[in-house]
Design a protein around this ligand. Structure first.
Ligand code: ADP
Ligand code: ZN
Length: 289
């Protein structure tokens, strides 16, 4: 039997087909435009597997409605991407493909991917952040994706501003939240050019590391997870992880005895496939419920 995965990101979609062992058999990526255009490509991708896929796991950009009893379950809700506002994602998929759908956020799916097949494998608790166009976080504890009245919005936690940082932030909702200060577009706005063009030894990276270390500090105190994984485009700066570890160590002092930082703070083992593999694993989980 085969399973489908859809990593529905704000910038691009990744569709994939995989097997029970979470091996990816086919993968296709295309830009996120309008629901009409993008979903047409999704349906096209899965068309030739019709009848052979048992279920599909979806990790979507949000906010999304994940409350089964809600009238708008399966919808993307008040996203700044206007074309996708109040789009009934799960309904459209069910209509087109007639298979059970597991529905969660993109970062929850990536977290679940690392939990099943990456650095979280064999562990009971995994926290995952993506630092990219936005910042998002997800948690898996004892095999369950953590949720309450809705999914967490960890990327908007408030931070203490670094004393050398005058930047006003880019989040329209909050002053001094993680996404507003440390996402890729926040870096781009500070410098007037893409984050990937800032040289690796630029002093800014210690400020970025300070913000991400605050995030890891808060996360450690809230969840005491066995591992924290930091993914997304900004984490492709190779020096950043070690700067975050150092800053985290200074902030934490000796208060909490965490696992050794080389095993505690990591970038995703599955690299850019964490989301898709997580979606495949969630597709399988859907049938075992
Ligand atoms: P998305 O969040 O849209 O799914 P990414 O996780 O790739 O996609 O994040 C894109 C963001 O990451 C952009 O703001 C981009 O400038 C930034 N980025 C990509 N590569 C790097 C890099 N090597 N160093 C710093 N920032 C990067
Ligand atoms: Zn915010």
């Amino acid at each position: 039997m085969l399973y489908g995965g859809i990593e529905a990101g704000g910038t691009k979609f990744v569709c994939g087909i995989g097997n029970e062992q979470l091996q990816v058999i086919e993968r296709k990526s295309f830009p996120t435009t309008t629901p009409e255009e993008t979903m047409e490509q999704v349906f096209d991708f899965f068309d030739k597997y019709k009848g052979n896929i048992a279920s599909i796991g979806v990790g979507a950009f949000g906010p999304i409605d994940i409350q089964i009893e809600s009238r708008t379950y399966g919808y993307i809700t008040n996203t700044p991407k206007l074309a996708w506002q109040n789009y009934h994602f799960v309904g459209a998929l069910e209509n087109a493909l007639s298979v059970p759908i597991y529905w969660t956020t993109d970062v929850n799916a990536a977290c679940y991917g690392e939990y099943m097949a990456g650095y979280g494998k064999g562990k009971n608790s995994v926290l995952y952040y993506t630092v990219g166009t936005g910042v998002g976080g997800g948690a898996v504890v004892d095999g369950k994706i953590v949720a309450g009245f809705s999914h967490p919005e960890m990327g908007h936690m408030l931070l203490q501003r670094h004393n050398e940082d005058q930047f006003e932030g880019i989040c329209p909702f909050h002053h001094d939240c993680l996404e507003g200060l440390a996402s890729g577009p926040a870096i781009e706005k500070r410098f007037g050019r893409k984050a990937q063009t800032i040289s690796f030894d630029h002093p800014y990276w210690t400020i970025e590391a300070d913000y991400l270390a605050q995030c890891v500090y808060n996360t450690t105190l809230l969840y005491a997870p066995e591992v924290i994984i930091l993914g997304g485009g900004v984490m492709k700066q190779p020096q950043l992880l070690e700067l975050i570890r150092q800053s985290f160590k200074e902030k934490m002092g000796s208060y909490v005895d965490t696992p050794t930082l080389e095993e505690y703070l990591l970038t995703p083992r599955l690299a850019d496939n964490a989301g898709l593999i997580g979606c495949l694993a969630l597709a399988i989980k859907k049938l075992n419920h």
